[in-house]
Design a protein around this ligand. Structure first.
Ligand SMILES: Nc1ncnc2c1ncn2[C@@H]1O[C@H](COP(=O)(O)OP(=O)(O)OP(=O)(O)O)[C@@H](O)[C@H]1O
Length: 300
């Protein structure tokens, strides 16, 4: 579990995190979304004790990171995939992490296997592509077999196979009961990977929701096609729905779900050829949610 409570952080005149409160539960992948500069990395750094909050608190499994005795065993993090010594091999990089944290050598081999780097363990990290560095960073995060994982943009630099691989890995880590928080500014990716979404903008919470709830919230009505559209419209209105005609044979209904529309038509013996719920794509929903929080946007 990760708990962020009334967290505030300023850098000079910039408010990076503004009274932010949310919690991340174990057993699922939680996507942490927001435009550039929204405060995602700052929040993660505070949870990891790398930055101090001005006010509020951020806890991993009920404790402040700096008070955890063997932190790599409790919380694994990938913040910056480039933060590896370029002259060190993947194996040596992980071994030094392991040895300074009381983790056995055999675990280094295990995590290298787990992230698909078993064939390049002796290659220098400086020669790695960004995607390979992401895998190495992930191996470091997994080294202590932690219950909590914080990953900042881990998909960055991965090819489509790598993206699918990391999605499956994150889901399986969560299914083992871990708490997994993953930041991204790509809603499309997070919608496929996450169970829950925390969306922030300008350091503030914009949404704390499931993917399904977000889809429902951006529901754009139900399209209904029937040869007796006028009669159906009257019946729908009488039942409390809002109905707008699309053409002689089709209407868009607001305020009533697909099942109720179908039941109502059936009860009156009105034939219906199509009943299609319309929702904005999650990408559109995300853009709408964060529209006021984007600093730089191309003029359309
Ligand atoms: N060390 C720092 N010194 C000064 N300002 C900072 C520092 N770290 C972050 N900021 C500012 O705080 C705000 C939040 O930045 P942060 O990196 O947390 O956002 P982010 O959501 O992770 O963005 P991105 O998606 O671009 O990585 C930004 O305006 C950023 O410029």
């Amino acid at each position: 579990m990760i708990e962020v409570r009334e967290l505030n952080k300023r850098y000079g005149r910039t408010t990076a995190v503004d009274n932010l409160t949310f919690s991340v539960r174990p057993g699922g992948v939680t996507g942490f979304l927001g435009p550039n500069g929204a405060g995602k990395s700052t929040t993660m750094r505070i949870v990891l004790g790398l930055d101090a909050a001005d006010a509020g608190e951020a806890l991993a499994d009920g404790r402040r990171y700096t008070t955890i005795e063997r932190p790599m065993h409790e919380v694994g993090a990938l913040l910056d995939a480039n933060a590896v010594h370029p002259g060190r091999s993947a194996y040596d990089h992980l071994l030094s992490l392991a040895l300074t944290n009381g983790i056995g050598r055999s675990r280094v081999r295990e995590v290298l296997e787990q992230v698909g780097l078993a064939d390049v363990t002796r290659k220098r990290a400086g020669k790695f592509s960004l995607g390979m560095k992401q895998r190495l960073g992930l191996a470091g995060a997994l080294l202590g077999d932690p219950a909590v994982l914080l990953l900042d943009e881990p998909v960055n630099g991965l090819d489509p196979d790598g993206v699918r691989w990391i999605r499956e890995l994150l889901r399986s880590l969560a299914a083992e009961g871990r708490t997994v928080l993953v930041s991204s500014h790509l809603m499309s990716e997070m919608a496929l990977t996450s169970d829950r979404l925390i969306v922030i903008g300008r350091g503030r919470l914009i949404a704390d929701t499931s993917v399904r709830e977000l889809e429902e919230r951006f529901q754009r009505g139900v399209f209904v096609r029937s040869p007796r559209a006028v009669e159906l419209s009257d019946a729908l209105r009488a039942a409390g729905a809002e109905v707008a005609a699309e053409n002689d044979e089709a209407v868009t209904v607001h305020g009533m779900g697909v099942d109720s529309i179908g039941d109502l038509a059936a009860a009156r013996g009105i034939p219906v050829y199509e009943v299609i719920p319309r929702s904005a794509s999650l990408e559109e929903a995300y853009l709408e949610l964060t529209a006021d929080s984007v600093d730089y946007r191309a003029v359309r």
